[in-house]
Design a protein around this ligand. Structure first.
Ligand SMILES: CC(C)(COP(=O)(O)OP(=O)(O)OC[C@H]1O[C@@H](n2cnc3c(N)ncnc32)[C@H](O)[C@@H]1OP(=O)(O)O)[C@@H](O)C(=O)NCCC(=O)NCCS
Length: 181
């Protein structure tokens, strides 16, 4: 477990399926994370995805975590590192707090701090990258607060909810994170 003050990161369990199915197929959430074009996922697909997270971690290809509140052990989202490049010591990061009622309460920011700490202190990565959309101001602000810098844009790279949108590329280097903490 990776413990923070209000949230902890732990492995994803099959017992998380009910909670995941409650939120993951919401088009609002899918538009924000950029996977609405995948269509609604079935329970079996999500179960397969969970099993895959274990395999990917064992193979050191990706590290997916469930985000759980410390106060009541409630699953509130998922985060993780993927596309790990061990030569360049770089990885991609993603995060999703599932329930809109939990947005804007600091859970995202704390979870990102914990993932970055794991990336830099435990995996000895040197760089973490992510991308978001221009319309996802909450995510962009959250990433900036966590220390990410905007390094570029892929113009009109993604078609989401009827329109083309720029993808904003952000990254953080280990030495920037060390001086920030
Ligand atoms: C994006 C996400 C991870 C942010 O986490 P969060 O818990 O909602 O955000 P936090 O409460 O930690 O806020 C962090 C910062 O973002 C800013 N923020 C919060 N809500 C905001 C809003 N509605 N608009 C603009 N900025 C906002 C605040 O400035 C806050 O900084 P503060 O500490 O000074 O208050 C979360 O909202 C989420 O998972 N959303 C749905 C899926 C998603 O968008 N994933 C990201 C895809 S790239």
């Amino acid at each position: 477990m990776i413990e923070g003050k209000r949230v902890r990161l732990r492995g994803v369990e099959l017992s998380d399926l009910d909670e995941i199915m409650k939120y993951w197929n919401s088009m609002e959430l899918r538009n924000l994370v950029g996977s609405a074009d995948a269509g609604p996922a079935s329970r079996s697909e999500e179960e397969e995805w969970i099993r895959n997270t274990w395999k990917q971690r064992q193979e050191r290809k990706a590290y997916h975590f469930a985000i759980e509140t410390i106060k009541d052990n409630k699953l509130i989202g998922g985060t993780g590192l993927f596309s790990v490049d061990w030569t360049s010591r770089s990885a991609m990061m993603g995060i999703s707090i599932y329930n809109p009622e939990c947005w804007g309460k600091g859970y995202g920011r704390e979870s990102i701090d914990l993932v970055l700490s794991f990336a830099f202190q435990n995996l000895n990565l040197n760089r973490v990258e992510l991308d978001t959309f221009e319309f996802n101001e909450r995510a962009r602000r959250c990433y900036l607060k966590a220390g990410f810098k905007e390094v570029g844009r892929r113009r009109k790279a993604r078609f989401v909810d009827g329109q083309y949108h720029d993808a904003i590329i952000m990254d953080i280097l280990k030495d920037e994170w060390s001086t920030k903490s």
